[in-house]
Write a protein that binds this ligand. Structure first.
Ligand SMILES: [Zn+2]
Length: 357
């Protein structure tokens, strides 16, 4: 990763973009992709996609997709003493919320807050070890009345994210909030940049979709419009190699172990087969996961649009998902970029991913 790529990655990760409020991150993503894509467009809700036209006139259209939104909180109630009570945006983990810095995205810009933590000395002994419920989290922004809060430009309905920024870490890792899944937005941008440097038969669309964390709605509306011939979805997956995770229950995925592909449900067997061929040809080691009901990603939203879009999921291993210390390995990031680019390059005019029965 060169300096400008690293700067783009950190800027993208550190731009707050909670579900339903993704436009700031989408602007960063769009601007970067304008430098190598033929076009960058968006729809009414902020789904944003970059297109690279293929050389073959009747070539296929391949879509690569990642979601742009991050989890967060939303102001639900403001007390007369000036404290904010919140609800979750997506799957925020309230068990780790107390004592954290939080940024509220208000009408007058960002407002810093902290999630109050009653001191261990004076907490109810009986519930000392119990996590709080979401409605028990109180945010202190240094205001002493509801009027103070209003003065700062904060009202009910404003979103918030943890203030923690991403940083390069350890031997070859990156940590931070929102790696799920803006690191995916970074990866599909790098795939496009790589593809733009050489001739491709197929047209490639990189879709950075909104609102995954609450049910994959952005991917649904954008796929209906774009209707590619084949689609690779990129999200993060749980690395199960940190202490306290039962592999018998959650499978084996290692941080630094390479891209993980998923078998079953939304994952079209012929697309998965092509992924495995491409990985073998390129010498990229894959990890494998099972989906017996749903993948829990945008793949579930995309594959059944209209008469069906042959799709498959590729995942970046991630430790500590939905926390402020999500951790990814930079070799995995590079391997996913190389793998997805090789998949798109492998698609030729006469390819079909339709079963013959
Ligand atoms: Zn995700």
């Amino acid at each position: 990763m060169n300096d400008s790529e690293r700067d783009f990655l950190l800027n993208l990760l550190n731009t707050p973009s909670p579900t339903g409020f993704e436009i700031p991150g989408q602007k960063v993503w769009a601007e970067y992709n304008r430098s190598h894509a033929d076009s960058v467009e968006n729809d009414a809700y902020g789904n944003t996609w970059a297109t690279l036209g293929g050389d073959e006139t009747d070539g296929l259209t391949v879509m690569i997709e990642a979601h742009a939104d991050e989890i967060g909180y939303m102001v639900k109630h403001i007390t007369k003493e000036g404290f904010l009570f919140v609800d979750r945006i997506g799957g925020s983990d309230w068990a780790t919320a107390r004592g954290r810095r939080i940024t509220i995205l208000g009408d007058k810009g960002e407002v810093k807050g902290i999630i109050g933590n009653t001191a261990i000395h004076i907490r109810d002994r009986e519930n000392l070890e119990k996590g709080p419920k979401v409605h028990e989290l109180a945010i202190d922004i240094g205001a002493s009345s509801a009027e103070d809060v209003a003065e700062l430009g904060i009202r009910v309905g404003h979103p918030a994210v943890y203030s923690d920024a991403a940083e390069l870490f350890g031997k070859n890792q990156i940590i931070g909030r929102a790696l799920d899944n803006r690191i995916g937005g970074f990866i599909i941008s790098q795939v496009m940049k790589k593809l733009a440097a050489e001739k491709q038969d197929s047209t490639c669309i990189a879709l950075n979709a909104i609102q995954e964390e609450i049910g994959g709605y952005g991917a649904k509306m954008a796929s209906y419009r774009l209707m590619p011939d084949v689609c690779l979805v990129l999200d993060v997956t749980h690395a199960t190699d940190s202490p306290g995770i039962e592999e018998k229950q959650h499978g084996t995925v290692k941080l630094g172990g390479g891209p993980s592909i998923t078998h079953g449900t939304a994952n079209h067997p012929l697309v998965v087969q092509r992924m495995m061929q491409v990985a073998e040809e390129k010498g990229i080691t894959l990890q494998h996961e099972a989906s017996s009901r749903a993948t829990g990603t945008d793949t579930d939203s995309i594959y059944h649009i209209k008469s069906g879009i042959p799709s498959a999921l590729v995942s970046l291993p991630l430790r500590y998902m939905h926390s402020v210390v999500e951790m990814a390995d930079l070799d995995d990031v590079q391997n996913v970029i190389d793998f997805m680019a090789a998949f798109v390059s492998s698609i030729k005019k006469d390819d079909s991913f339709a079963h013959v029965v």
